[in-house]
Design a protein around this ligand. Structure first.
Ligand code: ACO
Length: 340
């Protein structure tokens, strides 16, 4: 008897390479300077710049939400890629500040950009959300389950920062970055992404309230459970160790060395963390992309905005190798090696 034949040949086709064919970003107009923060908490420009490198950050206007920023970044990426809304098969939004519990932010973006056919979901991996999303997109496209995927990193941290806590309020800002991924013949695209997590250290960077454990009640809000809590020194140590290790693993798996890289785009959290990573990887500052002085730490959006700015300012030429590396609450981390 003849063996039954599969109804589809999709699974039997070789996996496809996946490229970033367009990037976009958006930051709110309102600039909050270090001088303005001096009026809110006991801090000063010299302390903030010397400890973090941050000079200013962007803050959403009243009525402006994560989905609004995400949709604007998405439209810019679609325009750069020459892709229409209806061509998008999947929308992934990395965020820890969704507009609401549900519908997810990706569904809100779908409506804003005018798409009716994409699979939509949010991804919670804090500052690592964009690279986690990139890897999921890569898997769906390379297996031929999707053709065109929109990955967004977007966060409105101004809504969850304790504006009376000088340890945290000087660090964060709002923004969104996006990328369109698709198979592009003749290009390696995303060569390898390393991802990791360690729930053991969850409490060194977290927001305990707002979920089922500490729901939104007047008492919990008064106790400030709905704001970011951070142990800065512990985060610093874990961030440097995890990002250097992830970057080295990603490079090794890709068969490359740091000398092969045209550009390194790290998570934009803190200048001292970025310098420590550059020095341990042996990559000079001329090859490390930095924009955190203008935006602060925008969480999942940070590396996505940096990627878009590096792209638009010509930091990468076709076929250049670039390395992205991120770290965030969870703890979570990831690193991608990409041929542009
Ligand atoms: N202005 C003035 N003084 C401040 C401020 C401020 N904004 N914030 C803290 N201080 C004070 C502290 O109260 C402390 O005073 P004390 O000695 O009287 O108690 C003093 O400065 C030193 O505080 P430290 O915490 O020791 O300062 P440190 O040198 O560690 O720098 C920082 C703090 C910048 C947060 C550092 O630990 C760091 O970079 N950590 C990484 C955290 C980070 O980047 N988080 C972002 C989110 S995580 C992510 O995205 C990966």
């Amino acid at each position: 008897m003849n063996k039954p034949q599969p109804r589809t040949t999709r699974l039997h086709k070789p996996r496809r390479t996946v490229s970033i064919i367009g990037t976009g970003s958006y930051v709110p107009e309102r600039i909050l300077t270090n001088a303005e923060l001096e009026k809110l908490v006991d801090t000063n420009d010299e302390w903030i710049v010397s400890r973090t490198g941050i000079k200013e950050r962007r803050i959403c206007a009243p009525g402006e939400h994560t989905s609004d920023m995400a949709a604007k970044a998405a439209r810019a990426a679609m325009e750069k890629a020459g892709v229409t809304a209806e061509e998008i098969d999947m929308i992934i939004v990395g965020t820890i500040t969704p507009d609401m519990s549900f519908p997810n932010t990706a569904c809100l973006v779908q409506k804003l950009i005018g798409n009716k056919r994409a699979i939509c979901f949010d991804l919670s991996a804090a500052c690592s959300g964009f690279l986690y999303g990139l890897e999921i997109a890569q898997q769906f496209i390379s297996s031929r389950a999707c053709n065109t995927v929109l990955v967004i990193g977007a966060d409105k941290l101004s809504g969850v920062v304790d504006w009376t806590d000088r340890n945290t309020c000087v660090l964060f800002g709002d923004g969104a970055g996006a990328a369109i991924l698709r198979h592009r013949p003749g290009s390696h695209g995303v060569i390898h992404t390393t991802m990791g997590a360690d729930g053991e250290f969850g409490e060194i960077l977290h927001m305990p309230g707002g979920g089922s454990r500490l729901p939104v009640t007047k008492e919990n809000i008064d106790e400030k459970h709905n704001t970011i809590k951070m142990s800065g020194k512990d985060v610093y140590k874990q961030a440097v160790t995890a990002m250097v290790s992830a970057a080295n693993t990603a490079l090794e798996t890709a068969g490359l060395q740091t000398k092969d890289l045209a550009c390194v785009i790290p998570h934009q959290a803190n200048m001292r963390i970025i310098e420590a990573i550059g020095s341990r990887l042996g990559v000079g500052s001329d090859r490390v992309f930095v924009n955190l002085q203008r935006y602060g730490n925008t969480s999942a959006a940070a590396v996505a905005i940096a990627l878009d700015e590096a792209n638009r300012t010509g930091r990468m030429k076709q076929d250049d190798y670039i390395l992205l590396v991120v770290f965030g609450g969870g703890l979570t981390w990831a690193s991608s090696v990409i041929q542009w």
